[in-house]
Design a protein around this ligand. Structure first.
Ligand code: FE2
Ligand code: FE2
Length: 286
């Protein structure tokens, strides 16, 4: 592990502590013999996590039947696997809500960007008729978690990184890697592995800016990459780096991201963003 990755992981210790109960519930639910009841007791012990999961369940994440007003109702209707995904989706909600000065993201903007990418990925799959796994939504919500870890390093170097990106027409993640030695995608994947989350989260997080470099099954990563690019196009969470990115041509071609598909995805996601902004207003100011 590089020195910068271990230093970045140490910057996540407070996030890990804040998300302790969510992570305990996630680890419990990863066990094939998991008891939903035991996970429910853990979740109910954390009022902030309970509130977050109720809000996400109310959006219809992982099933319309989970739109209830109690954690018990959510747990009973989702079952172990979908409760695991819901908890993974909400585990770092408060950390995503933080302002990240190094990326010029004010309070709530990384959460809104992450939400956009998660739901837009689902719309891309639905509109194009792709069968995708349930975990794509959580992976989309987690895709930029590495930014939380790198934000402090970037506060020192963001001007230099942005200048390098502009001078050499580099995407921001490549300039990050040149200046810091790692980019936020590598750090994000390292965080998820360090937290013992499944590789089906870490892989799309690692390659979301470089889907061509991923060997093997890449549909989830490609769709998250496309959704990320659409978020920048829509001006959601563009921060310091948004204008330096371009979609991978291979992905545009492979998933059929035509202007009509793009327009349909943007329209559908725009409606969902009203919910995200309501949640930002409700939770972000606490
Ligand atoms: Fe990213
Ligand atoms: Fe992103």
């Amino acid at each position: 592990m590089t020195d910068i990755i271990s230093r970045a992981l140490s910057k996540m210790e407070d996030v890990q502590a804040e998300s302790r109960i969510a992570l305990d519930a996630i680890h419990l639910l990863q066990n094939p013999t998991a008891s939903v009841e035991a996970a429910r007791e853990l979740i109910e012990g954390d009022p902030q996590l309970s509130k977050t999961l109720l809000l996400l369940a109310d959006l219809g994440f992982y099933g319309e039947s989970a739109k209830t007003d109690s954690i018990k109702g959510v747990c009973d209707s989702l079952g172990a696997h979908r409760l695991f995904l819901l908890t993974a989706s909400g585990a770092v909600f408060h950390a995503l809500m933080r302002p990240l000065n190094g990326y010029s993201l004010t309070r709530g903007k990384l959460w809104e960007h992450s939400f956009f990418v998660g739901v837009a990925a689902g719309h891309i799959a639905r509109i194009r008729g792709f069968q995708v796994p349930d975990h794509m939504l959580a992976a989309g919500l987690l895709h930029d978690i590495g930014k939380i870890a790198l934000a402090e390093f970037l506060e020192v170097d963001s001007g230099k990184i942005l200048q390098m990106a502009l001078d050499r027409s580099l995407p921001f993640d490549a300039a990050e890697a040149e200046v810091l030695g790692v980019n936020h995608a590598e750090v994000g994947a390292a965080v998820l592995r360090h937290w013992r989350l499944p590789s089906y989260f870490a892989v799309p997080v690692r390659w979301h800016h470089d889907p061509d470099a991923l060997k093997g099954e890449s549909m989830v990563t490609e769709i998250i990459h496309a959704a990320d690019m659409l978020s920048f196009m829509a001006g959601v969470g563009i921060g310091v780096e948004g204008l330096t990115y371009a979609p991978a041509e291979s992905v545009v071609h492979h998933i059929g991201l035509t202007p009509l598909v793009t327009e349909k995805v943007l329209c559908a996601t725009e409606i969902d963003m009203e919910h995200a902004k309501k949640i930002t207003a409700e939770m972000g100011m606490e």
